[in-house]
Design a protein around this ligand. Structure first.
Ligand SMILES: O=C(O)c1cc(=O)[nH]c(=O)n1[C@@H]1O[C@H](COP(=O)(O)O)[C@@H](O)[C@H]1O
Length: 271
């Protein structure tokens, strides 16, 4: 999917919501456990209930890989079930030496046909570039993450002018691609980081996880992170998909997604 197509979706749906499909078999309603593929059954119902309000879905591959071959099948079926006009993110946080990264890229872009994959920058340019060789596919590079441990390395000052490691990651990696094939991950829990990040990459899309269960603030994120093409995909996983654990779980997820979408529509009107 291109940046323009993504922006068109955002305008049409008045939403920049990404629903995280972090589907934990221990948390899904009990009545689904008799199904042949409970994870897929759950995802199908969540997708049906939220697709009107979401411009992206982000299955975190850990929740599928944990089940071995069957989990990968659930992931593939889920991907195929997501409507084609909705942006898809394989949240796999990959990267390795070049020839291995090429295989990861093939796994998610050719074998599975995701629009994007999350990538860890620690191994540098040759570990990231193989993901950038695919037309209309995206790398979503970890920059300033939402977890407390993110501060351990990402905020270390790496130059005499006060540049932080995550800023260096963004500044350098922006030279490997462009705003049409790289996005950055910035946690909703640290909106203040967005001020400096927008100076470095005013045009790029940012994936912002951490609203909902991790307590990030949508308004603060938008205040500091939005650009004239919105430039944000804001993810919530547990806050949406587990809003209810009864047979009405999908309805509740739909309501929660709608609530966030209404807030987003109001914010988008001010663009
Ligand atoms: O790359 C991510 O998506 C990610 C980066 C980050 O800094 N923080 C973060 O929470 N995530 C992911 O975003 C999702 C957040 O889930 P909830 O906290 O349940 O909304 C999980 O799949 C995380 O792995």
């Amino acid at each position: 999917m291109t940046r323009q197509q993504l922006f068109e979706q955002i305008k049409e749906k008045e939403s920049f919501l990404c629903v995280g499909l972090d589907t934990d078999i221990k948390k899904i309603p009990k009545h689904l456990l008799d199904a042949e593929d409970p994870i897929f059954e759950f995802n199908k119902k969540i997708i049906d209930a939220t697709k009107e309000y979401a411009v992206a879905y982000k299955p975190n591959t850990a929740f599928y890989e944990a089940h071995g071959a069957k989990g990968w099948e659930s992931l593939q079926k889920t991907l195929e079930y997501i409507p084609k006009d909705i942006f898809t993110i394989a949240d796999a946080k990959r990267a390795d030496i070049g020839n291995t990264s090429s295989m990861y890229a093939r796994a998610f872009f050719e074998n599975m046909d995701f629009d994007s994959v999350t990538v860890a920058p620690y191994m540098g340019s040759d570990s990231v570039k193989p993901f950038l060789e695919f037309d209309r596919k995206w790398v979503i590079l970890l920059a300033a993450t939402s977890n407390p441990g993110g501060l351990d390395f990402q905020d270390v000052i790496v130059s005499s002018d006060g540049e932080k490691l995550y800023e260096r990651v963004i500044r350098k990696s922006a030279e490997w691609g462009n705003a049409n094939n790289i996005m950055y991950v910035v946690g909703a829990t640290r909106p203040e980081a967005l001020i400096g990040i927008r100076r470095l990459v005013p045009e790029h899309f940012l994936l912002i996880p951490g609203v909902g269960a991790q307590g990030g603030d949508l308004k603060a994120v938008c205040k500091y992170g939005m650009n004239k093409h919105c430039g944000l995909l804001v993810n919530s996983s547990r806050g949406i998909i587990y809003s209810d654990s009864t047979e009405k779980f999908a309805e509740a997820a739909g309501k929660e997604a709608h609530k966030i979408q209404v807030e987003m529509a109001e914010i988008l009107q001010r663009l």
